[in-house]
Design a protein around this ligand. Structure first.
Ligand code: AQP
Length: 347
């Protein structure tokens, strides 16, 4: 059996398709470890939506990643559905993109095991995200948290992914994925495509509102993030209370991380240049700027929240869309898993 190569895996069905360049395949995952935040939206979701016609996209709610830290079972179930509904509400279109839940396609866990067996522990010891997430508690966190990057490698490699759009904290994991693919290919023959990471310029890292030294995270404290389902009053209150400093000018200065972060959110959502924003708020105070930012965030999330309400009113349709997503990717994932099993001698 020959390995599927970049050239062989996407055979054009028509002459028109043959004339068009093959779209790069992109795999993007998001963990249902809480309600998605404005950080997830700016750094990931809205770009996924905007790029649906540019790439051959696979979007995945990575619930197996979420359980690497303790989750309440009922909450995990609810968070998984909520996240999927919010992705559709944000504009992920099931006619143009695939969206599915990771645990619905068992090939992810199976390939992860095979890859665990070719990944040196020394490589995992260098993963900074593990060090950050485990903190002082390294002896008691789960083995799943330690091998999380290998599961991420399996997610990516199962689909012969070309590009993985990530926040800056995930670049190391994509590098690891390349190393794992390379090692596997070297030992067992050409099998996996080595993917590239792509980081955004604006909004790659939105910071916590109450502590701009930390990333805004859905598992953070309530005051640290804006969630995609926060009502306008909560959004306004959180932004009004966001940490700034005792200076007055509203300028992009990385040495003033609080105001810098708020300005980054404003730029990411409004699309103006730094110069335009600084000119707009020259001579104005934090209060005025924060009110304008809150208006922009509320206006951005309003259509998403409206659509979310509609989607959640029909749970059977959400189930159907997620089952359809899993059915679409399962054959590809199983073919790749079969090949990997053959390569290592399991088949
Ligand atoms: N603060 C952020 N700024 C920009 N991008 C962000 N992303 C997450 N937080 C920010 C991007 O969102 C995508 C999905 O992330 P994830 O849920 O799979 O994992 P994460 O990065 O660990 O997200 P959280 O919200 O911080 O989750 P928890 O609290 O569970 O750890 C990724 O592309 C990520 O870069």
């Amino acid at each position: 059996m020959t390995a599927p190569t970049k050239a062989s895996r996407a055979k054009p069905a028509t002459a028109k398709q043959a004339a068009e360049p093959r779209r790069e395949r992109v795999f993007s995952g998001i963990a249902p470890s809480g309600t998605p935040t404005l950080g997830n939206y700016i750094g990931a979701i809205r770009n996924w939506v905007a790029e649906q016609d540019i790439y051959d996209n696979i979007f995945c709610v990575v619930d197996l990643h979420a359980i690497t830290v303790p989750q309440d079972p009922a909450e995990l179930r609810a968070n998984t559905r909520q996240l999927a509904a919010l992705l559709f509400a944000s504009g992920i279109d099931p006619k143009r993109s695939v969206l599915f839940v990771q645990s619905h396609v068992s090939a992810h866990a199976e390939l992860a095991w095979i890859l665990n067996c070719v990944t040196p522990t020394g490589w995992l010891n260098r993963m900074t995200q593990f060090k950050v997430k485990a903190g002082e508690d390294r002896e008691s966190v789960s083995a799943g948290l330690y091998v999380y990057p290998v599961l991420m490698a399996a997610d990516i490699l199962l689909y012969q992914t070309d590009v993985v759009p990530v926040g800056d904290d995930q670049v190391q994991h994509v590098e690891l994925t390349r190393d794992i693919a390379n090692t596997f290919n070297f030992r067992f023959g050409e099998t996996f495509v080595e993917p590239k990471a792509r980081i955004r310029e604006v909004g790659a890292r939105i910071m916590a509102l109450d502590d701009p030294a930390k990333k805004m995270s859905k598992s953070g404290a309530e005051a640290s993030y804006i969630s995609l389902v926060d009502p306008p009053t909560a959004i306004r209150k959180k932004i009004a209370r966001a940490t700034t400093d005792s200076e007055r000018t509203i300028v992009f200065d990385e040495n003033r991380p609080g105001i810098f972060n708020l300005l980054t959110i404003y730029q990411a959502l409004g699309g103006e240049t730094r110069e335009q924003i600084e000119a707009e708020f020259a001579g104005k105070g934090y209060k005025e700027f924060k009110a304008a930012l809150a208006d922009l965030v509320v206006a951005t999330l309003e259509p998403v929240q409206q659509r979310y309400t509609e989607i959640t009113a029909d749970p059977a349709e959400l189930d159907r869309l997620l089952a359809q997503g899993a059915e679409q990717v399962r054959p590809r994932a199983e073919a790749m898993l079969k090949l990997a099993k053959e390569r290592v001698g399991l088949l």
